[in-house]
Design a protein around this ligand. Structure first.
Ligand SMILES: Cc1ncc(COP(=O)(O)O)c(C=O)c1O
Length: 388
């Protein structure tokens, strides 16, 4: 049975005050996630250091993330951020040989390019795949960049700037043909789209809990394919990355036999409480139902924008889009502020205002946004095309 979205909406008190279209930046807070934060405070007051519970929470997050991605818990590292996971992985890669190339796209969030450029002193060469004339990056654009020297193709699933979704199966096929590994940055999709790392056939995936996963900042994950883990020894490490955390052996580095080797120090305990609650809620609603609802809402929004004569820069086909619809504006910062005055929460990147949808949004939210945009089109519409 499909989830009761009207009832679920009531679990997010913010939605009674705001038209909240900013889950691509930070999710709305669910009552049960707030209760999880409070449970942590209660534990602190009642018990002080409750390490057994805290370790169990960390493991619960690992197991829930594995369920969501269709991976095994041994393939999941619970990290402090996407950046922390990428740095741990990068530290385990060898760029001194002939396979020194990392291929990224022009749709990357900065951290998934900067961290690879940071490996240049270690021999890495970073190649950027540009957009085609229509602003999208079809898989064919990767064909030239991926070759026998490519060690890793590190790509975003959905672009944080314009909401475009890359053709991951197509990119994976090109990478496999040249023996390269693939890392998926799914921060802008995980929790809103159904991601099966096994059927996508990616080697690594990174994301975090503060957007569509309904959790909080300060916690993320790194998925590393089981067959790959033991051959990778991160030099970014710590005591929680060891095979025996409690051994307290200071004479050697003995990395865990599983993806935990990509972790570092004390887990983000309070964030584990919140993320466990967020992930449980998400899995209860069902990722398939969430994806269907998100597509229905973005489709409605794209069609409505067309009707008011303010077309989106986000691709029209579902296969090329995630949960975000981006609208071009001559002053995206002020348009975001004007929308906020009307209690419509969006965000902006470059010349675009981003509206991002989750299962707790409804058709009325889309209509509210469209009505406001229709009203604001005069001063804030897209820049006129250059007359050249
Ligand atoms: C696609 C994507 N990757 C990475 C990040 C940043 O991750 P972190 O701050 O956890 O390193 C973001 C943040 O918005 C993002 O949207």
């Amino acid at each position: 049975m499909e989830a009761d979205f009207d009832a679920l909406r009531k679990e997010f008190p913010l939605l009674q005050r705001k038209t909240y279209l900013n889950s691509g930046s930070y999710c709305a807070l669910a009552n049960e996630v707030k209760a999880a934060f409070e449970a942590y405070m209660d534990d602190r007051l009642a018990v002080g250091a409750n390490w057994d519970v805290w370790v169990a929470k960390n493991e619960a997050v690992r197991a829930l993330m594995a369920t969501l991605l269709r991976a095994s818990p041994d393939e999941i590292a619970v990290t402090a951020s996407v950046s922390a996971g990428l740095n741990a992985l990068a530290s385990a890669l060898d760029f001194s040989g002939p396979r020194n190339k990392v291929v990224v796209s022009d749709f990357e969030f900065p951290t998934n390019a900067q961290i690879w450029h940071a490996q240049e002193p270690r021999g890495a060469r970073v190649v950027h795949v540009p957009r085609a004339a229509d602003g999208y990056i079809p898989a064919q654009m990767f064909e030239q960049a991926i070759d026998e020297r490519t060690q890793l193709v590190a790509v975003t699933h959905v672009c944080f700037r314009n909401g475009a979704k890359l053709d991951i199966p197509g990119i994976v096929r090109l990478a496999r043909a040249k023996g390269a590994r693939v890392l998926l940055d799914c921060y802008q999709s995980v929790g809103s789209l159904d991601i099966d790392v096994k059927s996508l056939d990616v080697d690594f995936a990174v994301g975090g809990m503060l957007k569509y996963l309904l959790g909080t900042a300060g916690i993320g994950f790194l998925y590393a394919r089981d067959s790959m883990v033991r051959s990778l020894v991160p030099t970014n490490s710590g005591w929680f990355a060891q095979a025996e955390i409690t051994a307290m052996d200071i004479t050697a580095n003995r990395p865990a036999p599983n993806a935990r080797r990509f972790e570092a120090g004390t887990p983000p305990v309070v964030n584990c409480y919140a993320s466990e609650a967020g992930l449980k809620l998400l899995l209860r609603v069902g990722i398939g139902a969430i994806e269907r609802r998100v597509y229905a809402l973005t489709r409605q929004c794209m069609a409505g924008l067309q009707e008011i004569g303010w077309p989106s820069v986000t691709p029209c086909e579902d296969a090329r889009r995630g949960a975000t619809v981006a609208v071009p504006s001559r002053d995206s910062a002020r348009l975001t502020a004007e929308l906020m005055k009307r209690d419509i929460v969006t965000s902006y990147r470059d010349d675009n205002v981003r509206a991002s949808f989750h299962f707790y949004n409804n058709r009325e939210d889309v209509e509210t946004l469209l009505a406001a945009l229709k009203d604001l089109r005069g001063p804030f519409g897209p820049r006129p095309p250059h007359a050249d």
